[in-house]
Design a protein around this ligand. Structure first.
Ligand code: ADP
Length: 486
């Protein structure tokens, strides 16, 4: 049998019962008998002393008749269920409560020796072979004028004491049985409410270990075990979900890597087998270069996302001027703006507006948002970036009047690799990772980002940052509008 928790508990229970019975049968039994003997002996000795001080003494002083004492002793002994003797120092029977001594014939207790009790006040045995069975005997001396005139002996059969002790012992056995029954009931409750649910939780954990993450744990009690099974179930759900995400993620990556590789391979093969004539090589090599750029972008995006996701992002917070960052990001798109005839309008609060954040990461957020705005804007249009302050928060918005995002896609654009059908024509090189990166960075700052968009009208992405206390030290010069254009 496996050494399970339950096995140990059952074993402990059996041992407890066994030791309980052995203890009652040996130690408790002996102690009870000893207690009964001592108790009876004390009681009998008290009685014997009383008799020696009263009836026996009066008898020796001839103040009371022998017959009267005999009658008294007979009554007393039948009341106490004992045998009472009055002996003279040599062991001659003067009074015997069982039967009156024959006056014509002297009866002796042979070899009587009062020292038999040897410093004790009782002795156990046949009392100088006077009895057929073992008796408990107490002897009290009768003293008169500092001389021992005789003895009062009271005898009680040991079988009587044993019966009393057995009765008391039975009580102990009964208590033990009650205790065992009670602990059996506790064991039953333990089995039902702790052991069985625990087994079910273990079975579930084994299922999870085998990869069956959709296994339901049938433990729904409202206690620690119920809580444990709910937590385990939740953990399994999370793992299952993240496994699904992982699979989807890998499928997406494979797809996104495969398509540029396939097209590159197609062009290169066509160049090698002569399908593409050498004079067209430069054109197709540029296409291939474009595809490698896309692959590089994809790899970089994946690396960034991976860094953002693993173990939280370590932000290097500093106080910097967000207006200056916006200006430099806008300036870096000058070429594209010129090519698409797009105007970036900056509506910035104050000349300088300090925020507390990770400069490089916020630069990346702005870069991704402006890049998207440009990609999905029509030619000859305008993109507006503005900053506003509200209390301790700075709001930064990037607004375009481009293709917009269909309502059904608006929740999904934050997912990795998600691209709207609408945008595919406009941006063939997109990886669908940009907004996921943006969201992770803003989340790491404990800030918010949201988007309002209308299909065919345009989109506005707004995120918040923590306003730096440095602003209060500097006097801000109002410069509401700054245009950045070539
Ligand atoms: P990508 O690198 O492909 O731009 P993103 O994660 O940045 O990936 O964007 C995901 C998708 O969200 C885009 O492919 C596009 O469909 C949509 N999108 C993002 N920004 C805009 C925008 N300003 N206007 C319209 N669609 C947008």
């Amino acid at each position: 049998m496996k050494k399970t928790l339950y096995f140990r508990i059952i074993l402990a229970y059996i041992l407890f019962g066994l030791f309980g019975f052995i203890a009652v049968a040996t130690v408790v039994s002996r102690l009870t008998t000893e207690y009964c003997i001592r108790d009876k002996a004390r009681m009998l000795y008290g009685e014997a002393s009383r008799i020696s001080d009263t009836y026996a003494l009066q008898l020796y002083r001839s103040k009371i008749k022998l017959e009267d004492v005999q009658a008294q002793m007979e009554a007393l002994s039948s009341y106490m269920d004992t045998e009472i003797w009055i002996l003279n120092p040599s062991g001659r029977m003067v009074v015997n409560s069982r039967m009156a001594p024959d006056p014509g014939q002297e009866t002796y207790v042979e070899d009587f020796d009062s020292t038999i009790i040897a410093g004790n006040y009782y002795t156990i045995g046949r009392f100088f072979n006077s009895f057929d069975e073992e008796v408990l005997s107490v002897i009290a001396p009768i003293t008169n004028d500092f001389k021992i005139r005789g003895y009062v002996a009271i005898h009680l059969p040991m079988s009587r004491i044993q019966t009393d002790a057995d009765n008391m012992l039975n009580l102990s056995y009964m208590l033990l049985v009650i205790l065992l029954v009670l602990s059996l009931i506790i064991l039953f409750f333990f089995t039902e409410y702790v052991y069985r649910p625990l087994r079910r939780i273990i079975a579930a954990a084994e299922q999870y270990a085998l990869g069956n993450m959709h296994y339901h744990i049938p433990v729904e009690s409202e206690d620690e075990l119920g809580y444990l099974s709910a937590s385990l179930g939740y953990m399994a759900d999370t793992i299952a979900r993240s496994e699904d995400d992982q699979k989807k993620f890998i499928a997406n990556i494979s797809h996104d890597f495969r398509s540029p590789l396939t097209s590159m391979r197609g062009f290169l093969e066509a160049m090698l087998d002569g399908t593409i004539p050498p004079e067209r090589f430069s054109h197709y090599l540029e296409v291939v270069l474009g595809e490698t750029e896309r692959l590089t972008k994809l790899t970089n995006g994946l690396l960034t996302l991976n860094n953002l996701n693993t173990g939280g992002i370590l932000l290097q917070r500093t106080d910097f001027d967000i207006n200056a960052v916006i200006r430099s990001v806008a300036a870096s798109f000058e070429q594209t703006c010129r090519a698409k005839k797009i105007h970036i309008r900056l509506v910035l609060t104050g000349k300088i507006l300090f925020v507390n954040a990770d400069l490089e990461k916020i630069q990346q957020v702005l870069y991704n948002l402006v890049d998207n705005a440009l990609k999905f804007s029509h030619e000859d249009s305008e993109i507006t970036i503005d900053t506003t302050e509200k209390g301790d928060t700075v709001f930064i918005s990037v607004r375009d009047s481009g293709i917009g995002i269909p309502k059904e896609d608006q929740k999904l654009i934050w997912d990795r690799f998600y691209k709207t059908d609408l945008s595919r024509g406009k941006d063939k090189k997109g990886t669908g990772l940009g907004l996921s990166i943006v969201r992770e960075i803003i989340r790491a700052h404990d800030e918010n980002i949201n988007m309002v968009s209308t299909e065919g009208v345009g989109s506005t992405f707004t995120f918040t940052l923590r306003r730096s206390e440095k602003n209060d030290a500097l006097s801000s010069l109002g410069e509401p509008e700054v245009d950045v254009r070539e």
